[in-house]
Write a protein that binds this ligand. Sequence first.
Ligand code: TYD
Length: 224
Amino acid sequence: MNGLARGFFISFEGGEGVGKTTQIKRLAASLREMGHNVHETREPGGSPGAEAVRHVLLSGAAEALGPGMEAILFAAARSDHVETVIRPAVEAGTIVLTDRFMDSSRVYQGVTGGLDPAFMAALERVTVNGMVPDLTIILDIEPEEGLRRASARRGEGEDADRYEKEQVAIHRRRRKAFLDIAEAEPERCVVIDASAGEEDIAAKVLETVRAKIGVLDDAKAGAE
Ligand code: TYD
């Protein structure tokens, strides 16, 4: 079996150092082995327009403009990513895996950035424009452990980015915010314990994705 009639859109979310990137690579390899077309992408970025905005956001250059403006920049990057990369790929039958998506804005800008929920909801509606992930995998880990991993990964001589530098208390609030999203939207979100070994996590991720794609295939067969 090769190629789905409509592809599938999966986002990976979580705090710093939860291992999203590693797990996306492993899942992509497994899905390709099963014969699927897979596109790996990330936010902020993932399209030429959005990658240009990424540097402005991660360097901290936009920090002085305030959280509202940062949220708008993340949204601008996301809109370009959705319309030029994600939607066309999913419509062509590709499985798209993104390292962060709308839940990162809800958590980083909305919850810990303290922005007005109505403003955040309006931005989300416009930028996501119906392209809500079919599945969101939230990798969950103690913030201390995540930060340790993020700094080990960075290596010597490289500075922490603007978001890694923040205090553990903020990372705790973000962890809770991701878990709250999962609780509020159980059909879309699955939480996976990211403190386990890399192999175990990869097996759980694959099992979750297979179960979900199977359900969608059945639903399509039923509709035909
Ligand atoms: P990145 O270097 O990609 O790291 P990570 O491995 O943690 O994903 O940095 C992305 C940073 O941008 C991350 O700290 C979270 C932040 N971010 C937001 O604040 N809002 C958003 O909408 C997105 C997509 C990311």
